[in-house]
Design a protein around this ligand. Sequence first.
Ligand code: CAA
Length: 378
Amino acid sequence: MSFPLTEEQHMVQLMVREFARKEIEPVAARNDVESRFPTAIIDKMGGLGLMGMMVPAEYGGGGTTAVSYVLALQEIAYACAATAVTMSVNNLVCGPLLEYGTEEQKEKYLIPLASGETLGSFAITEPEAGSDAASVSTRAVLKGNKYIINGSKVFITNGGHAGTFIVIARLGDKPRHRGMSAFIVERGTPGFEIGPEEKKMGVRASSTVSLVFDDCAVPAENMLGGEGEGFKIAMTALDSGRIGISSQAIGIARAAFDEAIKYGSMRKQFGRALVRNQAIQWMIADAARDIEAAHLLALSAAMAKDRGESFTRQASISKLFSSEAAVRICYDALQIHGGYGYTKDFKVERLYRDARVTTIYEGTSEVQRIVIANNALK
Ligand code: CAA
């Protein structure tokens, strides 16, 4: 597409494309079938500066723009959506540490996360607090120079392999979002248990676990931001996270589009290739339209972030559009494959499963519509 990229952005796109096609794509299907977390690949991605892309080099990151991040994540997701969400969540965790962390916290936690030495995880969701994020009930109480955390979290991406967790918990008596604070919790802290991996429909090579905090004592200096800032920290982190999931969805959609054209050009029925039929061409045209629109929306959100403007609305519009488009495009791509698409012999079967979660995590499509409508009605 003809959107003008800077030389740096173009270089990032090409470098990540080459890496993803060479190192990730060949093992993606096996990792999906075996639910195998790609530790060695994630390590290499750390070395390439992909795990903390927008973090300045002085804090161990890639020092790139959000636009470069969108381009890179699409390339990773094209090869493997599970690897892409792992990367996206690690980048999400870096954001609040960079924005709200003290120099000591940046030194101790951000540098290892951004350089890919440690994996990060972000814990807000609870059994009774999903879309209604302000209703978390995990509680922190200050005792001496430690916060004692009790409660549980679910659907925590990266949790099975992460070393550093940002945990959102209730502190004090203020209701809903005003009573929430953020804490940095290290893996291995006594009273912090990590549950078994969820058996998921898609993104099966990514890690998703529950967490239990049972009198887990965290040093007072591990509060991130100020008391009562937890919800704001979570929402600003999710704004960036939604650009990431949008990019992941676009990468999946692009892969499905290419698979559909490849198969539809090769497969002959009624004496001609499937793509010679108008019914199939309309699916291809709609997919091309949606991929291009989704890409421009993601770039628009990323450019607003790069300019230092508020991008909440654009991130939600982008995530809503890209994720729903990815689901539609994968549906049509599988339809074009017919019965073969329903077997594990064809990549489109994995793409179809992987796309589905993008309308759910980091805010469902319904939550994105709440954000967009609230913005319009302000
Ligand atoms: N940035 C900064 N501040 C924000 C904000 C944002 N994007 N959104 C809201 N706020 C502030 C508001 O200004 C308000 O502050 P004041 O009271 O000071 O004015 C406060 O937060 C409360 O805002 P709302 O009244 O809008 O809050 P709400 O309770 O109605 O909730 C919501 C809004 C958008 C539905 C929110 O709860 C939400 O985003 N829910 C979805 C949660 C989510 O995305 N979870 C994903 C979990 S992580 C994950 O999935 C990662 C993964 O594994 C891949």
